[in-house]
Design a protein around this ligand. Structure first.
Ligand code: NAD
Length: 259
């Protein structure tokens, strides 16, 4: 019997077969979980995500459009999930967005107000908004997992406003964990090392970051998205029943190195 047999939940953030969300879902499903998915609104987005899921063996996926910046979309998707699943056991939040121009210029002090607000809204606030809606569907407790990056703690060239958003995400994780713990709901983030996805390619100087990690990280290599997926299995499963409010690094150990 699989570690996650009988568990069901929602996965936000599959854009294509490189997406971390897909590698998380793939691993959850391999351990017996049932996943519902969303895609950004639009036929092209739907086709791309559906193809990823079907090529990955998810036949007839539960797949709904959702722009997480819209409260109406979030309300609709969670209402549809309630109709289909009644209760859920996990929520995976693997989405982020910032205007790529401000991830490339390197001039953080020039970030316009609207760019800052949008990055924080989509990359951090949606974690709170989704957790609130998911908690209402978790009468038996559950596990909520978000995706972070080391740029939340350290000033990493090119990461800029997204680093500030990840700091807000990690702090939100602690406040959510403190509040939802009494309901048996655990909330954690995984801080992944750099992985070649659509979003990563928007970050300025990303190729240098891959080379740097390979040279400096204790494991002397970059991480695979699959390793993040397997850590998510751990966090969703009862193996992590005593773990909440944490930010778990899956980065070949890069974050522990000083020089
Ligand atoms: P990705 O581009 O495959 O995934 C990002 C997802 O965010 C996409 O599915 C996109 O549709 C979704 N998204 C953006 N705006 C949205 C909105 N308004 N509503 C709903 N969805 C929206 O890239 P990824 O690297 O898999 O990113 C997933 C998560 O992992 C992000 O939080 C990212 O910051 C984080 N992360 C990535 C890396 C890396 O190096 N790739 C490292 C650490 C953390």
């Amino acid at each position: 019997m699989g570690l996650l047999e009988g568990r069901k939940g929602l996965v936000f953030g599959v854009a294509n077969d490189r997406s971390i969300a897909w590698h998380i879902a793939r691993n959850l499903i391999a351990h017996g979980a049932v996943c519902g998915f969303t895609h950004l609104p639009g036929d092209k987005m739907e086709r791309r995500v559906r193809k990823t899921l079907e090529n990955g063996g998810v036949t007839d996926p539960w797949l709904k459009p959702c722009d997480a910046a819209s409260d109406e979309d979030l309300d609709r998707v969670f209402a549809e999930a309630k109709d289909s699943f009644d209760t859920i056991d996990f929520l995976i939040h693997s989405i982020a967005f910032a205007d790529r121009e401000y991830l490339r210029t390197g001039v953080f002090s020039q970030t316009p107000r609207e760019v800052f607000k949008q990055a924080l809204d989509i990359s951090a606030y949606t974690f709170v908004a989704m957790s609130n809606r998911a908690a209402a569907m978790m009468p038996n407790g559950g596990s909520i997992v978000g995706m972070s990056y080391h740029g939340s703690e350290k000033a990493i060239p090119g990461y800029n406003v997204m680093g500030v958003a990840k700091a807000a995400l990690e702090s939100s994780t602690r406040y959510l964990a403190a509040e939802l713990g009494e309901k048996g709901i655990r909330v954690n983030t995984i801080s992944a090392g750099p992985i070649r996805t659509l979003s990563a390619m928007a970050v300025g100087g990303i190729d240098e970051v891959f080379e740097w990690v390979e040279r400096r990280a204790p494991l002397k290599r970059n991480v695979e998205a699959d390793e993040v997926g397997r850590t998510a299995v751990y966090l969703v499963s009862d193996l992590a029943s005593g773990v909440t409010g944490e930010n778990i690094y899956v980065d070949s150990g890069y974050n522990i190195v000083g020089l």
